[in-house]
Design a protein around this ligand. Sequence first.
Ligand code: GSH
Length: 202
Amino acid sequence: MRLYDFLPSGNGYKVRLILHQTETPFTWVNVDILDGATRAPAFLAKNPNGRIPLLELDDGRLLAESNAILYYLAQGTPLLPRDPYLAAQIMQWMFFEQYSHERFVAVARFICEFSAPGDPRHEELSGLRENGHAALRVMETHLSENRFFVGDTYSIADIALYAYTHVADEGGFDLSPYDNIRKWLSRVSRQDRHIPITKNDF
Ligand SMILES: N[C@@H](CCC(=O)N[C@@H](CS)C(=O)NCC(=O)O)C(=O)O
């Protein structure tokens, strides 16, 4: 398999993490999204949506969208429960991650990390943080009664939500009031074969 990815990307990290944890061999391909590499015709031919992560299977089939890739790679592993209700709850949290969390928490981080201090995009930050904190509060409440997001075991729902939550401080989110989230982050980081977002030697 080949993973088209960009190291700072939390969406890419989700895929790196599951590939490593399931001991799936893969080739890591750096796509510099800051240099327009996702707009290059050769990349657009593979993913017309022009975004990483993108997984290329050994037979040439392609799969985009980080959480769809997680779902594919988790098949037959303990990271995706077989029970239909638990599996649907996994989807519930992964859709929550994309609609209520990532587009605020990840975007705030992107602006802080990659745009100059005077960039007009900095005006978006207060709104992004307000919405991001609303998502963090939902997670905090859920984790007050649960060790993991679904079924009391580590799953792809945790991987999806961990990716941008553990670096939320880089977008100006103070996680100190979120005791349950901080304990969960530590629990996730203690799972077998966990890797940091900075690991790029595959
Ligand atoms: N919903 C997508 C989002 C993917 C996404 O936004 N990727 C960003 C990096 S995190 C990207 O490729 N940006 C480059 C661009 O928009 O040109 C997923 O979960 O994979």
